[in-house]
Structures are given as C-alpha cells and as structure tokens.
Design a protein around this ligand. Structure first.
Ligand code: XUL
Ligand code: CO
Length: 435
C-alpha cells in the first residue's frame, strides 16, 4: 500500500513553479568539493512526521493519517512503511526516533520491550532494502505520567530505575539500527519550584544516569556519538540543560565532557535568549558541535513551535558555523519540525520538508560562497590585527605580566579604536543571499 500520492521529488532549479520539486536542494551537486547530500545529512523525525496528529492544548486531532489503525502493533508497522516511502520520495537518507514513537507502550515494560524488538526488526529490513540509515535514537522519558517529577532527576528512586531501564533498551535498539548518535533530551529534567526541590541531589543523580549510560554503551560496543540537546524551559519552568554553556559546565563538573557532544535545536536556542548561530558557535569553539535539530520558532510566541525552517538568513549563519566546524561528522540535520495544525494533508508533510530542505540547501550555497570568498573572515582578521604583533602577540602568547601591561599602558594611553562596521557586514551578507 502507498500512503503518499506523489512521485519522487526531483530538483528542478530555482525557476521551477512546481510545488513538489526542490528549488535549491540538488543532492549530488558538489559544493566545496562535496555533494550537498553529504553536507546536509537530512533526517526525518519519526514523531513529528508519523505520530503527530495536530492536537494542541485547545483542540483535537486535525490529521487523520491513513497509517493509523486500531491495533498498536499494526499502526507501528504501517508507520514504518509510510516513513520509508516518505523518505525515499523526498531523498531523505536518515531518520531519528524516540523509542515510544516506534510503538506505544504495552501493559508491562517487558511487553513494551518485546514490541520494540518486533518493530525494530521490521525497520532493519526496510533499512537494508533502501539504504536509509538511522541518525539517532533516544528514549522518551517525559510523556508518560510516571515522569511527572522528572526521570533521572525524579524525587522517586523507582522512576530513576525505570528511566535507566528505558534508556538501556533505547541504546540497544539504536545500536541494532546502526544509529550514528544517541540523544538525551531532558524533557522533565528540571524543576517547577525550589520549595520542593533538592537541586544538588537531582543533578548528581542525573550525572550518574548519564555516566551509567555511557559505560553501558561502551560495554555493548555502541560506537555512536552521545549527544545532549539543550533547552531552557518547557515543559519544566527551568530545565537543567539550559543552553550549550550550561551543559558544558555540568559535563565538566562530572567528568563527562569527553563523551558527550551537543544536538543543537534552533527553537531551543531562541527560547534560551540566544540566536541559533550563537549556540552553534559556542559548541563549535568547545569542540562539541554534534548535530542539529533544524526548525524555527515564532518571534511572537514564547514556546517551542517547532516550525519548519524557512528563514534563509538564519540557515546561512548556521551553515557558516557548520562549515567552519568541518561539517557535522557523525551528526546531521534532523527536522525536529512539525507542520502547522491547519496543514493537515499528507502532501503538506512533503511540502514542508521541501521548504526546509531548500532553505538549508540555499543556506549552504550562500555560506560556502561567503567562506570561499573570505567575505567576512577578512573583516574579522583585520579587526583583531592588533593581536598579531607587539603587545597583542605577547598577550595571546601569555608572555606578559600585570606590571608589563601597566608599563605599556602608561606609555600608550591615547587609544584609538576602529569601526566595527556591523551594518556593512549585514549588507554584505544580504548581497550574498540576493545572488
Ligand atoms: C523537544 C525536542 C525533542 C528532542 C528529542 O523540544 O526537541 O523532540 O529533540 O527528545
Ligand atoms: Co529537538
């Protein structure tokens, strides 16, 4: 059975008026000597694409997906068929999943694990058939009501044990599917009020859970990259994995910084009061830029709207960071994005992915050109030229004392600064985007 009423989406170039065609994403075209599909390891998110049905806090489902059936296992298998048909038609080579996206929970943990075994067996068959791969897996330790007070940070030790069991199984399934990464997003790892919270104990426990998970992955020979996905709030008021910098200091305190990188989501960055580029840059300069959850928020809404990324400006700045990082290595670009509630047809899913993929393809094209031309770098280099010689060189080489610097300042106290040229640089960026 086919679930999507369109043929394979092809690249038709920027002048095409066919909505079901790529205008920018040309998978085999080389950019900076590498095919676009290698720069942009796009992934389909199982949850938003195959599970979401358009509910919001005020309204019921709007998406009556043809793969949904009465029986949970039959639905799960049909979702596999629909997902692989979709990925093949959209030329998407990877997928990402939560354990509970694959199949809903059974009556016991044992039964749930058996269901997961069956569904992942079938996914493996489809992967072999199509060559499609798993970018990452994760455990959904936030939806079920047992996680009301957290998972690894729950006040209830039984919940901690259950979360550990769930994560253990999710790592095993991710390994079985050849996942290139494994993600931790602490949806309930935070607090609502410090009046009832022992923050120190919660953080110690959380770090212990990550340590156990890391050691277990090593024990079973899982060689995927572990990733933490920062988010400052929602669903909890304060999430412990607030942003990249916060997660870094947490990892360093617990000696986990060598084993974890970051999965950076655009909408989480803006919720933390940062730009997407800021988070990518902090990760890059600390050697922990692992993967990307591609989406965007709404300037006027203060929550995680998870919209498909259509902002070329932000995608360009993001791709500059990715290129400066030498690519995402094991990581990729997962569309943690959902169609709007009003966009409820199956075709809308394809149109949304096309929009997102074209946006990042255009971002890649522009970023590559900017880097090739050194259009921005030359300004930055010039701006810091004072550190290339004299006292500046001594400073970066740590060859000065406070006394030396005082001596220097006493002799050079008539300081002249130069313009930062922000507007010019923004205009140059625009010029590259217009082309
Ligand atoms: C939630 C979110 C998650 C993670 C995986 O905001 O981004 O979907 O990406 O759990
Ligand atoms: Co995400």
């Amino acid at each position: 059975m086919k679930y999507f009423n369109f043929e394979k989406i092809l690249y038709e170039g920027s002048k095409s008026s066919n909505p079901l065609a790529f205008k920018q994403y040309n998978p085999d075209e080389k950019i900076l000597g590498k095919p676009m599909k290698e720069h942009l390891k796009f992934a389909m998110s199982w949850w938003h694409t195959l599970c979401a049905q358009g509910t919001d806090p005020f309204g019921e489902n709007t998406m009556n997906r043809p793969w949904n059936q009465e029986d949970a296992l039959k639905t799960a298998m049909a979702k596999v068929d629909a997902g692989f048909e979709f990925m093949q038609k959209l030329s998407i080579s990877y997928f990402c999943f939560h354990d509970r996206d694959l199949v809903s929970e059974g009556a016991t943990l044992q039964q749930t694990n058996e269901l997961l075994d069956k569904v992942s067996d079938y996914i493996l068959v489809k992967m072999k058939e199509t060559g499609i791969r798993c970018l990452w897996g994760t455990a959904n330790c936030f939806n079920n009501k047992r996680y009301v007070h957290g998972a690894g940070t729950s006040c209830n030790a039984e919940v901690f044990a259950y979360a550990a069991a769930q994560i253990k199984k999710a790592i095993e399934i991710t390994k079985k599917l050849g996942g290139e990464n494994y993600v931790f997003w602490g949806g309930r790892e935070g607090y609502e009020t410090l009046l009832n919270t022992d923050m120190e104990l919660e953080l110690n426990n959380f770090a212990y859970l990550l340590t156990l998970a890391r050691d277990y992955a090593k024990e079973i020979g899982f060689d995927g990259q572990f990733l933490i996905e920062p988010k400052p709030k929602e669903p909890t008021k304060h999430q412990y994995d607030f942003d990249v910098q916060t997660v870094l200091s947490f990892l360093r305190k617990y000696h986990l910084d060598q084993d974890f990188k970051m999965n950076i989501e655009a909408n989480h960055a803006t919720l933390a009061g940062h730009t997407f580029q800021h988070e990518l840059c902090v990760a890059r300069i600390n050697g922990v830029l692992g993967s990307i959850d591609a989406n965007q928020g709404d300037m006027l809404l203060g929550w995680d709207t998870d919209q498909f990324p259509t902002n070329v400006y932000d995608a360009t700045l993001a791709m500059i960071e990715v290129l400066k990082n030498g690519g995402l290595h094991k990581g990729g670009l997962n569309f943690d994005s959902k169609v709007r509630r009003g966009s409820f047809t199956e075709e809308d899913l394809a149109l949304a992915y096309i929009a997102g993929m074209d946006t990042f393809a255009k971002g890649l094209r522009v970023a590559a050109k900017i880097i090739e031309d050194k259009a921005l770098d030359s300004y930055v280099e010039k701006r810091y030229a004072s550190y290339k010689k004299g006292i500046g060189l001594d400073i970066v080489q740590h060859k000065t004392s406070m006394k030396d610097l005082e001596q220097y300042a006493l002799q050079h106290d008539q300081i002249q600064n130069e313009s930062g040229k922000q507007e010019l640089l923004e205009a140059i960026l625009n010029q590259y985007i217009y082309e």
